[in-house]
Design a protein around this ligand. Structure first.
Ligand SMILES: *[C@@H]1O[C@H](CO)[C@@H](O)[C@H](O)[C@H]1NC(C)=O
Ligand SMILES: *[C@@H]1O[C@H](CO)[C@@H](O)[C@H](O)[C@H]1NC(C)=O
Ligand SMILES: *[C@@H]1O[C@H](CO)[C@@H](O)[C@H](O)[C@H]1NC(C)=O
Ligand SMILES: *[C@@H]1O[C@H](CO)[C@@H](O)[C@H](O)[C@H]1NC(C)=O
Ligand SMILES: *[C@@H]1O[C@H](CO)[C@@H](O)[C@H](O)[C@H]1NC(C)=O
Length: 492
């Protein structure tokens, strides 16, 4: 073998070895960087006053701290009433959750279930039950905890949220989803978006309603004040939850007031459509701490309610459910509860959205348009409504009541005006994730929203990518060089 032949063999061998090493290293690195990171899951039961829903959330395992990363990948509505309705049958409350838990176990891969945080939060329905009999409320919670505990998940507890928590967690959800808390800037740093205002949150449930916003002035009543530090920014929020002012309890208060004013078992209802009739046992009307029975309701008494389709009378009757006097407070919402002046843009979700969406009022109509649409709808007879909306029968009798209740609450209660009306966005979802406290509950519980901005964790991500890409390019150049060199030697 001559000098050239020896050199060629040596070079070929070297190229082969080097290519092999480059190939192995490249594959290993590409695997680390390119394969999708394992997905993580979280489950939250929203145990509301009228029903319970289960939310399934998902996020990439290697990214937890940014906004907009967690998304909702499943929901399940528990059939039957809210868990507070199981006061006389606590075991039934637990059993009712099983079908949704089974469904969630089909969504979350088996190998991931044991590390899936699972929470149950109960709201105003359970607050009312606790007010009536705290032993019964405890029994219901113990039974739902027992059933969830039988599933192979990381169960983190079942409890009743306070009104302030419910309001603030809804606010966190809204601002997390809209990415107003933090953004990943081009300088590869997480920072609070400049000139971006956070959004206020308006929530209407069955048994309570919450208002939460950043007032920008000192909050004068510490019971309505919450303080957060998220991603290195301080937030001082006003929040209040009005118990009994959720839509179902408010309608109960309304009917009770009409009953007591009529002093008979025949009740004319201005918010119900003309021609609509309903019978309701007085015992059922007065079964909540939100309404006080005039005497001891006899179980045999039944109210005969007849709609009169009178929106003006309806508004007058609904206004009487509120006390608009501010008392010692300089500025207030209603019932003497302190509220600083409204500020900024608001998202109105849950009950606010459902009724306004049915009435086609969620696309930023002016207050004038909203008023006239509601007036027209409220004057339609029951026969006409049944014919026009055969699908919506279950809630059809109460849309008018709830729509006028919403207007009264927002305008007279929370003090929105014709000018500030356009700052309310009626919306249920951002992306495909529902607004409401459940997402905020999970984010806060799993500390996925850190108090400090985390520059290190995120900067690592692009540099890892850059490193991998440079390596692949280098390996390819080296391989190509080797091949070219080989060709050059061969042809000589
Ligand atoms: C509360 O519920 C418990 C359990 O059902 C019952 O034993 C108790 O008498 C109730 N208390 C009141 C004040 O009704
Ligand atoms: C968030 O979590 C912290 C720590 O667990 C807790 O102290 C705080 O009350 C929670 N915030 C809300 C709004 O629930
Ligand atoms: C209305 O609220 C004011 C201030 O909180 C209070 O002084 C007044 O007694 C309330 N009126 C009624 C009818 O409850
Ligand atoms: C809302 O709009 C849809 C589609 O235009 C229409 O079919 C429906 O009747 C409207 N609903 C109401 C309450 O007017
Ligand atoms: C998220 O932030 C927390 C608290 O700052 C930190 O402990 C955790 O490691 C971070 N997680 C990731 C994936 O960056």
């Amino acid at each position: 073998m001559d000098y050239k032949g020896k050199a060629l063999t040596g070079l070929q061998a070297a190229t082969c070895v080097f290519s092999l090493i480059a190939l192995i290293l490249t594959v290993v690195n590409v695997r680390d960087v390119l394969l999708p990171p394992s997905t993580k899951y979280g489950l939250v039961f929203d145990a509301g006053s009228t029903h319970t829903a289960l939310y399934v959330y998902q996020w990439p395992g290697d990214k937890q701290n940014g906004t907009g990363i967690v998304s909702q990948v499943g929901t399940c509505t528990v059939s039957g009433p809210g868990i507070s309705s199981y006061a006389e049958d606590p075991a039934g409350a637990g059993a009712s959750l099983r079908p949704c838990l089974d469904k969630a176990m089909e969504i979350v891969p088996a190998e991931q279930q044991r590390e899936t945080p699972t929470l149950l939060g109960a709201t105003a329905g359970m607050r009312l039950l606790r007010e009536q009999n705290s032993t019964k409320a405890q029994q219901v919670l113990a039974e739902v905890a027992k059933v969830i505990g039988e599933y192979p998940v990381e169960f983190r507890g079942a409890r009743i949220l306070t009104g302030n928590e419910e309001g603030s967690l809804g606010w966190i959800t809204v601002n997390y989803l809209l990415e107003t808390l933090v953004k990943f800037s081009f300088a590869e740093k997480w920072e609070h978006p400049r000139d971006t205002e956070v959004f206020g949150a308006l929530d209407l449930g069955g048994a309570s309603t919450q208002i939460t916003f950043q007032p920008g002035v000192p909050i004068e009543d510490e019971n309505t004040s919450v303080f957060f530090r998220l991603y290195g920014t301080n937030y001082s929020l006003y929040t209040h939850s009005y118990l009994c002012y959720g839509q179902n309890q408010a309608l109960k208060m309304l009917l009770a007031a009409l009953h007591q004013a009529s002093r008979s078992l025949q009740v004319s209802h201005p918010c119900y459509p003309e021609g609509y009739q309903e019978s309701i046992p007085t015992a059922e009307l007065y079964n909540s701490p939100c309404v006080r029975a005039p005497g001891t309701p006899s179980s045999a008494e039944v109210l005969a309610v007849t709609g009169t389709g009178d929106p003006v009378g309806c508004h007058t009757a609904i206004r009487k459910l509120f006390n608009f006097s501010c008392g010692a407070n300089r500025t207030c919402g209603f019932n003497g509860i302190y509220q600083p002046p409204l500020r900024g843009q608001f998202f109105a979700f849950a009950g606010f959205y459902y009724t306004f969406s049915f009435l086609n009022l969620t696309s930023h109509q002016s207050l004038k348009e909203v008023n006239s649409t509601i007036q027209t709808f409220c004057k339609k007879s029951w026969a006409e409504l049944e014919k026009s909306f055969p699908q919506a029968k279950q809630f059809l009798p109460t849309y008018c009541s709830v729509a006028i209740y919403i207007l009264t609450l927002l305008l007279d209660g929370y003090k929105f005006t014709e000018q500030t009306w356009s700052s309310i966005h009626f919306s249920q979802q951002a992306g495909s994730t529902d607004m409401g406290w459940p997402l905020g509950f999970m984010l806060n519980f799993t500390t996925m929203i850190p108090t400090e901005a985390m520059e290190d964790a995120k900067v690592q991500q692009p540099s890892l990518w850059a490193g991998a890409v440079s390596f692949i390019v280098l390996a390819m150049v080296a391989g190509l060089g080797g091949i070219l060199l080989q060709c050059f030697w061969d042809t000589e």
